[in-house]
Ligand binder design. Sequence first.
Ligand SMILES: Cc1cc2nc3c(=O)[nH]c(=O)nc-3n(C[C@H](O)[C@H](O)[C@H](O)COP(=O)(O)O)c2cc1C
Length: 209
Amino acid sequence: MSKLFYIEASPRKERAYSIKVAQQFLNTYKETNPSHTIESFDLWQTSLPEFDGATINAKYRILHGETHTDAEATAWNSVEELFNQFDSADKFVFSLPMWNFGVPYKLKHYIDIITQPGLSFSFTPEDGYSGLVTGKPAAVIYARGGEYSSSEAAAGMDFQKRYLEMWLGFIGFTDITPILVEPTLSDPSDAEKTLNQALEQAAAVACKF
Ligand SMILES: Cc1cc2nc3c(=O)[nH]c(=O)nc-3n(C[C@H](O)[C@H](O)[C@H](O)COP(=O)(O)O)c2cc1C
């Protein structure tokens, strides 16, 4: 049985464009795959552990082949728990707003925690970095107030989609489907049109996901 992991990064809930589109995606997916499990992870309802000195030391100890102190081992346990939850899924859906040209800090916090040597990536001097989360598809719903896909100059300011895709690629994803909801901060009829297009795309992608 397949498990889909849905990560939600907007705190705006019923007002959020990214979440409306994600709900459409998940509803269609459920209808198409009634026996599959969907686990939702709301970054605004989760208290993530601090990504602090002990955690960073724990990370470098692994890279240098050293043993953890007790404090580092405790910090690392939390990291492993969150990574194992992530890695237990077969498919991934992310929904996220653009904030200041990038991703919301809660999502960055989560990424910092689960992007770890020996878990989501490996490093050897001979081969360099390799992603370890392989063979799993991801659909990513990006909501943004402006329009960033309209020109090269605008795309250059988009550190939301570019960053998320680069990170997913770094940890091993190769099958990544973007769903854009843009521009959401336009006049209401345009925003509605934007939303409807994204809802249609979400349903079409979810049917075959
Ligand atoms: C803190 C914050 C920063 C934002 N920064 C940007 C930005 O850099 N570029 C942009 O186009 N829209 C920006 N917006 C607008 C959001 O991207 C837009 O409202 C989008 O619909 C949010 O997604 P949501 O509706 O799923 O919450 C920002 C909104 C907030 C709250």
